[in-house]
Design a protein around this ligand. Structure first.
Ligand code: ATP
Length: 354
Protein backbone atom coordinates (compact mmCIF):
# COMPACT_ATOMS: atom_id res chain seq x y z
CA UNK A 1 0.00 0.00 0.00
CA UNK A 2 1.42 3.38 -0.95
CA UNK A 3 -0.63 5.79 1.05
CA UNK A 4 1.14 9.04 1.74
CA UNK A 5 0.69 11.33 4.71
CA UNK A 6 1.91 14.89 5.08
CA UNK A 7 1.64 16.07 8.65
CA UNK A 8 2.41 19.77 9.22
CA UNK A 9 5.10 19.78 6.54
CA UNK A 10 7.07 23.04 6.51
CA UNK A 11 9.90 24.45 4.45
CA UNK A 12 12.16 27.28 5.50
CA UNK A 13 14.95 27.92 2.97
CA UNK A 14 18.47 28.64 4.28
CA UNK A 15 17.95 32.37 3.57
CA UNK A 16 15.03 32.32 6.03
CA UNK A 17 12.25 32.34 3.42
CA UNK A 18 9.22 30.36 4.58
CA UNK A 19 8.07 28.64 1.39
CA UNK A 20 5.64 26.08 2.91
CA UNK A 21 3.78 26.93 6.11
CA UNK A 22 2.45 23.62 7.44
CA UNK A 23 0.71 21.35 4.96
CA UNK A 24 -1.54 18.45 6.06
CA UNK A 25 -2.64 15.94 3.47
CA UNK A 26 -3.69 12.28 3.41
CA UNK A 27 -3.26 10.63 0.03
CA UNK A 28 -4.99 7.31 -0.63
CA UNK A 29 -3.32 4.37 -2.36
CA UNK A 30 -3.67 4.82 -6.12
CA UNK A 31 -4.93 8.37 -5.85
CA UNK A 32 -3.95 11.11 -8.33
CA UNK A 33 -3.37 14.35 -6.45
CA UNK A 34 -2.73 17.55 -8.39
CA UNK A 35 -0.93 20.44 -6.71
CA UNK A 36 -1.99 23.62 -8.43
CA UNK A 37 -1.35 27.29 -7.82
CA UNK A 38 0.30 30.34 -9.33
CA UNK A 39 4.02 30.69 -9.90
CA UNK A 40 5.95 30.84 -6.64
CA UNK A 41 3.22 29.37 -4.39
CA UNK A 42 5.47 26.45 -3.37
CA UNK A 43 4.30 23.56 -5.57
CA UNK A 44 7.78 22.45 -6.61
CA UNK A 45 9.14 22.93 -3.11
CA UNK A 46 6.48 20.58 -1.73
CA UNK A 47 7.04 18.02 -4.47
CA UNK A 48 10.80 18.13 -4.05
CA UNK A 49 10.46 17.56 -0.30
CA UNK A 50 8.33 14.48 -1.02
CA UNK A 51 10.91 13.25 -3.53
CA UNK A 52 13.74 13.80 -1.03
CA UNK A 53 15.48 16.38 -3.23
CA UNK A 54 14.87 19.10 -0.64
CA UNK A 55 15.08 18.69 3.15
CA UNK A 56 11.87 18.90 5.18
CA UNK A 57 12.25 21.70 7.75
CA UNK A 58 9.48 20.49 10.05
CA UNK A 59 6.62 17.98 10.13
CA UNK A 60 6.41 14.32 9.12
CA UNK A 61 6.22 12.70 5.72
CA UNK A 62 5.09 9.06 5.69
CA UNK A 63 4.89 6.70 2.75
CA UNK A 64 3.01 3.45 3.30
CA UNK A 65 2.89 4.29 7.00
CA UNK A 66 6.67 4.70 7.41
CA UNK A 67 8.37 8.00 8.23
CA UNK A 68 10.70 8.84 5.34
CA UNK A 69 11.94 12.36 6.27
CA UNK A 70 15.50 11.13 6.67
CA UNK A 71 15.52 8.74 3.71
CA UNK A 72 17.55 9.50 0.60
CA UNK A 73 15.60 9.94 -2.65
CA UNK A 74 16.74 6.52 -3.88
CA UNK A 75 15.43 4.83 -0.73
CA UNK A 76 11.92 6.26 -1.01
CA UNK A 77 10.87 4.09 -3.95
CA UNK A 78 9.37 7.07 -5.76
CA UNK A 79 9.88 7.97 -9.43
CA UNK A 80 9.89 11.55 -10.63
CA UNK A 81 9.06 12.86 -14.13
CA UNK A 82 10.45 16.33 -14.83
CA UNK A 83 9.47 18.99 -17.35
CA UNK A 84 12.90 18.93 -18.97
CA UNK A 85 12.73 15.09 -19.21
CA UNK A 86 16.24 14.68 -17.73
CA UNK A 87 17.15 11.95 -20.23
CA UNK A 88 20.76 10.87 -20.79
CA UNK A 89 21.61 12.24 -24.26
CA UNK A 90 24.31 9.67 -25.03
CA UNK A 91 22.10 6.66 -24.25
CA UNK A 92 19.50 4.97 -26.42
CA UNK A 93 15.85 4.97 -25.44
CA UNK A 94 16.24 1.40 -24.24
CA UNK A 95 19.21 2.26 -22.04
CA UNK A 96 17.54 5.37 -20.69
CA UNK A 97 14.61 3.25 -19.61
CA UNK A 98 16.78 0.44 -18.29
CA UNK A 99 19.13 2.69 -16.33
CA UNK A 100 17.34 2.62 -12.97
CA UNK A 101 16.86 -1.13 -13.07
CA UNK A 102 20.52 -1.79 -13.95
CA UNK A 103 21.58 0.40 -11.05
CA UNK A 104 19.55 -1.75 -8.74
CA UNK A 105 21.14 -4.93 -10.07
CA UNK A 106 17.99 -6.32 -11.67
CA UNK A 107 18.88 -9.37 -13.84
CA UNK A 108 19.38 -8.65 -17.52
CA UNK A 109 16.51 -10.75 -18.90
CA UNK A 110 14.12 -9.18 -16.41
CA UNK A 111 15.22 -5.69 -17.50
CA UNK A 112 14.64 -6.64 -21.10
CA UNK A 113 11.14 -7.92 -20.37
CA UNK A 114 10.16 -4.86 -18.31
CA UNK A 115 11.51 -2.30 -20.75
CA UNK A 116 9.90 -4.01 -23.73
CA UNK A 117 6.58 -4.28 -21.96
CA UNK A 118 6.53 -0.62 -20.94
CA UNK A 119 7.84 0.52 -24.34
CA UNK A 120 4.88 -1.26 -25.92
CA UNK A 121 2.45 0.34 -23.49
CA UNK A 122 3.81 3.80 -24.42
CA UNK A 123 4.16 3.02 -28.13
CA UNK A 124 7.91 3.46 -27.96
CA UNK A 125 8.79 -0.07 -29.06
CA UNK A 126 9.92 1.04 -32.54
CA UNK A 127 12.16 3.77 -31.09
CA UNK A 128 14.22 1.79 -28.59
CA UNK A 129 17.53 2.17 -30.45
CA UNK A 130 17.25 5.94 -30.99
CA UNK A 131 18.90 8.60 -28.86
CA UNK A 132 16.88 11.44 -27.26
CA UNK A 133 18.09 13.95 -29.89
CA UNK A 134 16.37 11.83 -32.56
CA UNK A 135 12.97 12.04 -30.86
CA UNK A 136 10.13 14.57 -30.85
CA UNK A 137 9.20 16.39 -27.65
CA UNK A 138 6.23 14.13 -27.03
CA UNK A 139 8.33 11.01 -27.58
CA UNK A 140 10.97 12.27 -25.15
CA UNK A 141 8.28 12.88 -22.58
CA UNK A 142 7.04 9.33 -23.07
CA UNK A 143 10.55 7.97 -22.56
CA UNK A 144 10.81 9.95 -19.32
CA UNK A 145 7.55 8.38 -18.20
CA UNK A 146 8.65 4.96 -19.37
CA UNK A 147 11.78 5.23 -17.29
CA UNK A 148 9.63 5.99 -14.25
CA UNK A 149 7.15 3.20 -14.96
CA UNK A 150 9.66 0.35 -15.44
CA UNK A 151 10.80 0.80 -11.87
CA UNK A 152 7.28 -0.01 -10.59
CA UNK A 153 7.69 2.58 -7.84
CA UNK A 154 5.32 3.14 -4.91
CA UNK A 155 4.48 6.58 -6.27
CA UNK A 156 4.98 8.86 -9.26
CA UNK A 157 5.78 12.53 -8.91
CA UNK A 158 5.24 14.75 -11.95
CA UNK A 159 6.74 18.26 -12.05
CA UNK A 160 4.96 20.15 -14.86
CA UNK A 161 5.78 17.31 -17.27
CA UNK A 162 3.90 18.79 -20.21
CA UNK A 163 4.97 22.42 -20.09
CA UNK A 164 7.55 22.08 -22.88
CA UNK A 165 5.06 20.64 -25.36
CA UNK A 166 2.88 22.52 -27.83
CA UNK A 167 -0.83 22.95 -27.08
CA UNK A 168 -2.11 20.03 -29.13
CA UNK A 169 0.46 17.58 -27.83
CA UNK A 170 -0.21 18.69 -24.29
CA UNK A 171 -3.85 17.68 -24.59
CA UNK A 172 -2.89 14.34 -26.13
CA UNK A 173 -0.25 13.58 -23.47
CA UNK A 174 -2.62 14.69 -20.73
CA UNK A 175 -5.07 12.01 -21.83
CA UNK A 176 -2.26 9.45 -22.05
CA UNK A 177 -1.09 10.23 -18.54
CA UNK A 178 -4.63 9.88 -17.26
CA UNK A 179 -5.12 6.53 -18.98
CA UNK A 180 -1.75 5.27 -17.71
CA UNK A 181 -2.42 6.37 -14.18
CA UNK A 182 -5.80 4.64 -14.25
CA UNK A 183 -4.37 1.39 -15.57
CA UNK A 184 -1.28 1.32 -13.33
CA UNK A 185 -3.28 2.60 -10.36
CA UNK A 186 -0.15 4.04 -8.75
CA UNK A 187 -0.32 6.86 -6.21
CA UNK A 188 0.66 10.05 -8.04
CA UNK A 189 1.31 13.67 -7.28
CA UNK A 190 1.24 16.01 -10.24
CA UNK A 191 2.33 19.65 -10.16
CA UNK A 192 1.01 22.19 -12.62
CA UNK A 193 0.04 25.84 -12.85
CA UNK A 194 -2.35 24.97 -15.69
CA UNK A 195 -5.81 24.77 -14.23
CA UNK A 196 -7.27 22.79 -17.14
CA UNK A 197 -4.62 20.12 -16.62
CA UNK A 198 -5.39 20.21 -12.91
CA UNK A 199 -9.15 19.86 -13.38
CA UNK A 200 -8.90 17.02 -15.89
CA UNK A 201 -6.20 14.90 -14.24
CA UNK A 202 -6.96 15.11 -10.54
CA UNK A 203 -8.88 12.75 -8.34
CA UNK A 204 -8.38 15.56 -5.83
CA UNK A 205 -6.95 19.02 -6.28
CA UNK A 206 -4.79 20.79 -3.73
CA UNK A 207 -4.90 24.52 -4.40
CA UNK A 208 -1.87 26.31 -2.98
CA UNK A 209 -1.36 30.02 -2.44
CA UNK A 210 1.83 31.51 -1.01
CA UNK A 211 2.84 28.41 0.95
CA UNK A 212 -0.63 27.59 2.31
CA UNK A 213 -3.27 25.11 1.22
CA UNK A 214 -6.35 27.10 0.21
CA UNK A 215 -8.57 24.12 -0.57
CA UNK A 216 -8.49 20.35 -1.08
CA UNK A 217 -11.30 18.63 -2.98
CA UNK A 218 -12.42 16.89 -6.13
CA UNK A 219 -12.24 19.14 -9.19
CA UNK A 220 -16.01 19.63 -9.14
CA UNK A 221 -16.12 20.39 -5.41
CA UNK A 222 -13.50 23.05 -5.92
CA UNK A 223 -15.26 24.44 -8.98
CA UNK A 224 -18.76 24.38 -7.46
CA UNK A 225 -17.86 25.58 -3.96
CA UNK A 226 -14.56 27.48 -4.01
CA UNK A 227 -13.47 28.09 -0.41
CA UNK A 228 -12.06 31.56 -1.03
CA UNK A 229 -11.88 34.40 -3.51
CA UNK A 230 -8.42 33.14 -4.45
CA UNK A 231 -9.68 29.68 -5.43
CA UNK A 232 -12.77 31.15 -7.10
CA UNK A 233 -10.69 33.27 -9.45
CA UNK A 234 -7.91 30.71 -9.97
CA UNK A 235 -10.06 27.72 -10.98
CA UNK A 236 -12.28 28.22 -14.03
CA UNK A 237 -11.59 29.87 -17.37
CA UNK A 238 -12.50 32.60 -18.04
CA UNK A 239 -12.31 33.52 -14.36
CA UNK A 240 -15.30 33.94 -12.13
CA UNK A 241 -16.72 37.49 -12.15
CA UNK A 242 -16.24 39.12 -8.77
CA UNK A 243 -18.57 42.03 -8.10
CA UNK A 244 -18.79 44.24 -5.05
CA UNK A 245 -22.12 43.86 -3.33
CA UNK A 246 -23.97 43.75 -0.06
CA UNK A 247 -26.70 42.01 1.84
CA UNK A 248 -29.19 44.69 2.61
CA UNK A 249 -32.72 44.37 3.98
CA UNK A 250 -33.00 40.71 2.92
CA UNK A 251 -31.75 41.32 -0.63
CA UNK A 252 -28.42 40.79 -2.35
CA UNK A 253 -27.55 44.09 -3.97
CA UNK A 254 -24.87 44.98 -6.51
CA UNK A 255 -22.91 48.22 -6.29
CA UNK A 256 -25.05 49.75 -9.08
CA UNK A 257 -28.20 49.18 -7.02
CA UNK A 258 -29.52 46.15 -8.92
CA UNK A 259 -31.04 43.51 -6.61
CA UNK A 260 -30.16 40.01 -7.73
CA UNK A 261 -31.87 37.76 -5.17
CA UNK A 262 -33.28 37.33 -1.69
CA UNK A 263 -30.93 36.47 1.16
CA UNK A 264 -31.12 35.40 4.79
CA UNK A 265 -27.83 37.12 5.60
CA UNK A 266 -27.61 40.02 8.03
CA UNK A 267 -26.75 43.34 6.41
CA UNK A 268 -23.06 43.32 5.42
CA UNK A 269 -20.68 44.08 2.56
CA UNK A 270 -19.53 41.12 0.50
CA UNK A 271 -18.19 39.98 -2.84
CA UNK A 272 -20.62 38.32 -5.22
CA UNK A 273 -19.05 35.70 -7.50
CA UNK A 274 -20.75 34.76 -10.78
CA UNK A 275 -19.19 32.39 -13.29
CA UNK A 276 -19.29 33.62 -16.92
CA UNK A 277 -21.20 30.46 -17.91
CA UNK A 278 -23.89 30.94 -15.25
CA UNK A 279 -25.24 34.20 -16.64
CA UNK A 280 -27.85 34.13 -19.39
CA UNK A 281 -29.14 36.83 -21.67
CA UNK A 282 -32.88 37.22 -21.17
CA UNK A 283 -35.50 38.35 -23.68
CA UNK A 284 -37.98 39.14 -20.91
CA UNK A 285 -37.21 42.47 -19.15
CA UNK A 286 -39.16 41.35 -16.08
CA UNK A 287 -36.73 38.47 -15.46
CA UNK A 288 -33.66 40.69 -15.56
CA UNK A 289 -31.43 40.46 -12.47
CA UNK A 290 -28.50 42.53 -13.65
CA UNK A 291 -27.33 44.51 -16.66
CA UNK A 292 -24.02 44.31 -18.47
CA UNK A 293 -22.60 46.97 -20.76
CA UNK A 294 -20.73 45.22 -23.58
CA UNK A 295 -17.25 46.40 -24.59
CA UNK A 296 -16.27 43.64 -27.02
CA UNK A 297 -16.85 40.04 -27.94
CA UNK A 298 -14.58 37.15 -28.84
CA UNK A 299 -15.74 34.07 -30.74
CA UNK A 300 -14.30 30.69 -29.76
CA UNK A 301 -16.48 28.90 -32.29
CA UNK A 302 -18.60 26.84 -29.92
CA UNK A 303 -18.80 29.68 -27.41
CA UNK A 304 -18.92 33.45 -27.50
CA UNK A 305 -17.09 35.38 -24.80
CA UNK A 306 -18.60 38.77 -24.06
CA UNK A 307 -16.48 41.32 -22.17
CA UNK A 308 -17.72 44.48 -20.53
CA UNK A 309 -18.71 46.05 -17.26
CA UNK A 310 -21.61 45.87 -14.85
CA UNK A 311 -23.98 48.66 -15.99
CA UNK A 312 -23.34 52.04 -14.34
CA UNK A 313 -20.05 50.88 -12.83
CA UNK A 314 -16.47 50.18 -13.84
CA UNK A 315 -16.52 46.61 -12.53
CA UNK A 316 -15.32 44.17 -15.19
CA UNK A 317 -17.53 41.29 -16.27
CA UNK A 318 -17.26 38.38 -18.69
CA UNK A 319 -20.12 36.35 -20.06
CA UNK A 320 -19.93 33.02 -21.87
CA UNK A 321 -22.81 32.21 -24.21
CA UNK A 322 -23.52 29.85 -27.10
CA UNK A 323 -21.31 30.61 -30.09
CA UNK A 324 -24.01 31.77 -32.48
CA UNK A 325 -25.66 34.33 -30.23
CA UNK A 326 -25.33 37.82 -31.75
CA UNK A 327 -24.15 40.52 -29.36
CA UNK A 328 -23.39 44.09 -30.49
CA UNK A 329 -20.49 46.07 -29.00
CA UNK A 330 -21.87 48.79 -26.73
CA UNK A 331 -25.13 46.91 -26.07
CA UNK A 332 -26.78 46.81 -22.65
CA UNK A 333 -27.54 43.16 -21.95
CA UNK A 334 -30.25 42.18 -19.49
CA UNK A 335 -29.03 39.05 -17.68
CA UNK A 336 -30.43 36.37 -15.41
CA UNK A 337 -28.51 34.22 -13.00
CA UNK A 338 -29.14 30.71 -11.87
CA UNK A 339 -29.55 31.58 -8.15
CA UNK A 340 -27.92 28.34 -6.94
CA UNK A 341 -24.76 29.46 -8.74
CA UNK A 342 -24.25 32.67 -6.81
CA UNK A 343 -21.06 32.56 -4.71
CA UNK A 344 -20.64 34.88 -1.74
CA UNK A 345 -17.35 35.86 -0.10
CA UNK A 346 -16.57 37.89 2.99
CA UNK A 347 -15.24 41.34 2.08
CA UNK A 348 -12.53 41.19 4.80
CA UNK A 349 -11.38 37.57 5.00
CA UNK A 350 -12.23 36.76 1.34
CA UNK A 351 -13.49 33.35 2.56
CA UNK A 352 -16.66 31.74 1.25
CA UNK A 353 -19.92 32.52 3.04
CA UNK A 354 -22.18 29.44 3.05
P1 ATP B 1 6.65 27.80 -10.36
O1 ATP B 1 5.27 27.44 -10.83
O2 ATP B 1 7.09 29.14 -10.85
O3 ATP B 1 7.66 26.72 -10.59
P2 ATP B 1 6.33 27.01 -7.58
O4 ATP B 1 4.94 27.13 -7.06
O5 ATP B 1 6.79 25.67 -7.96
O6 ATP B 1 6.53 28.03 -8.77
P3 ATP B 1 8.60 27.05 -5.80
O7 ATP B 1 9.63 26.83 -6.83
O8 ATP B 1 8.24 25.92 -4.92
O9 ATP B 1 7.25 27.63 -6.47
O10 ATP B 1 9.03 28.29 -4.91
C1 ATP B 1 8.25 28.73 -3.81
C2 ATP B 1 8.89 29.97 -3.22
O11 ATP B 1 10.13 29.62 -2.61
C3 ATP B 1 9.20 31.05 -4.24
O12 ATP B 1 8.89 32.30 -3.66
C4 ATP B 1 10.69 30.91 -4.49
O13 ATP B 1 11.26 32.15 -4.83
C5 ATP B 1 11.20 30.42 -3.15
N1 ATP B 1 12.39 29.58 -3.29
C6 ATP B 1 12.57 28.51 -4.08
N2 ATP B 1 13.79 27.98 -3.93
C7 ATP B 1 14.42 28.73 -3.01
C8 ATP B 1 15.73 28.70 -2.40
N3 ATP B 1 16.62 27.75 -2.71
N4 ATP B 1 16.00 29.66 -1.49
C9 ATP B 1 15.11 30.60 -1.15
N5 ATP B 1 13.87 30.69 -1.67
C10 ATP B 1 13.53 29.77 -2.59
Amino acid sequence: MATMTLDQIKKVYPNGFKAIHGVDLNIADGEMIVLVGPSGCGKSTLLRMIAGLETISDGTLSIGGDRVNEKEPGERDIAMVFQNYALYPHMTVFNNMAYGLRNRGVPKDQIETSVNEVAKMLELDHLLTRRPSQLSGGQRQRVAMGRAIVRRPKAFLFDEPLSNLDAKLRVQMRLEIKKLQRSLNTTSIYVTHDQVEAMTLADRLVVLSAGDVEQVGTPLEVYDTPASLFVATFIGSPSMNILEGSASGGKLALANGELISDTNLEDRDLYIGLRPEHLQITENPEEKQLTMKVTLTESLGADLLVYGTLADSDQQMTLRVEGHVVVEDGASLPLTIDTKNIHLFDRETEKRIE
